[in-house]
Design a protein around this ligand. Sequence first.
Ligand SMILES: C[S@@+](CC[C@H](N)C(=O)[O-])C[C@H]1O[C@@H](n2cnc3c(N)ncnc32)[C@H](O)[C@@H]1O
Length: 469
Amino acid sequence: MGARCARRGRHDHRSGPVTDPARRAALQTLAAVRERGAYANLVLPGLLRDARLKGRDAAFATELTYGTCRAQGLLDAVIESASGRSVSDIDGPVLDALRLGVYQLLRTRVGAHAAVSETVDSVKESAGRGASGFANAVLRKVARDDEDTWVARVAPSAADDLLGHLAMQYAHPRWIAEAFWESLRANGIRSMGQLQALLASDDARPPVHLVARPGEISADELALIVEGEVGRLSPYAVYLPGGDPGALEPVRDGLAGVQDEGSQLVARAAAVAPLDGPDGGRWLDLCAGPGGKAALLGSLAAIDGARVDAVEPAEHRAELVRKAVKGLPVDVHVADGRRSGLEPGYDRVLVDAPCSGIGALRRRPEARWRKQPADVKQLTVLQRELLSAAAELTRPGGVVLYATCSPHVAETLGIVGDDEVLAAAGLERIDTRPLVPATDLPLGDGPHVQLWPHLHGTDGMFFQALRKR
Ligand SMILES: C[S@@+](CC[C@H](N)C(=O)[O-])C[C@H]1O[C@@H](n2cnc3c(N)ncnc32)[C@H](O)[C@@H]1O
């Protein structure tokens, strides 16, 4: 279930501006997401700064904004049921306010009176009296019942359609819940309880993971400084209990960064996978932007005396890679990975392929409602082409590490589980599980690794190591 806000009716009695600054920042972000396809996590921090919101107020605004984005499908179903109107017939600013209001009513401990009156006031301000009367009627109706009652009303019945029910309950588009279920089964997990746990953890506020840069600081030292907890899987991971990671001294000084633990494991696997023959120190990151894995690979390369070429076709993303790898033995190339023009003979090649990203939805609040099943088909063509380009650039006995932040079968086993694709590229699968440091957590039957938020606490990363014949 979504994380609950701990604040009750703080904004009941106010003077001054009609909408309080936290809700105003949330509404502005929701409008940017709806009108211009903005990313909530890129828009909100600037608005918080402009409004000088800090500490608990910033946390409140963040929870409202991201929670409302994540839960949109469920909120819309409730709004449609309570209003008798399709959300497509409701004006954008009114719909934003209703979503924010319904989120507060169903998924936070904000008092009902505050949630309704704040929403009604903001609608009056943005859309006039008539619209505010409509918002008032809808919210009062929603406020009569709790989340479970509304889910029972708007979701398919669990007895007839359990997957559809769970998708609505945990605010996921049905096609994504179906893709998760297909992937769980392909990974030998056949219980609907596991699907439920996966959707629930994907629907909750994600923990912040830090990476302690190898050669700069250890995870133990970092955990001590930031009062965090050392990670369970990656030797570089630290879990941050809360607060703004950008404000931490080790992050500001470049000793640590923000990176999901699963992504850390991928970069590490690319650096430690066993080669046939000695490592000549030529490493390649073929899909590098924005540079999180390139930075970790670069730190490991520095220790091993290796050098990394990092390829990224989008100039603005290549610039992010340059910033991320500053001071490390990494050369950034703006190029299409399918025809990079680089000299073949690499010992290690990471293909962190462009993918649907449905394994990392918890970190991208609005993404699940924007993605379409058709995106996947197009991406699989590109994924195959990048894998084949990677194979051509790898020396015999070298390793290609294919990874996605998606568990979708078409993007994972559909690519590296396809014997014809691998034979054409001269690649063979090697057991990837030993590339994850010893753990009690289940890693499946291999030879790939599929991580899951509910089992491993990471994003849903997939990776498979492949040896070039
Ligand atoms: C999943 S992201 C990589 C994330 C990155 N490895 C990191 O850890 O920060 C995939 C990247 O591939 C890039 N990309 C898209 N098409 C590509 C192509 N034809 N060749 C190489 N990279 C491509 C995208 O711009 C995107 O930056």
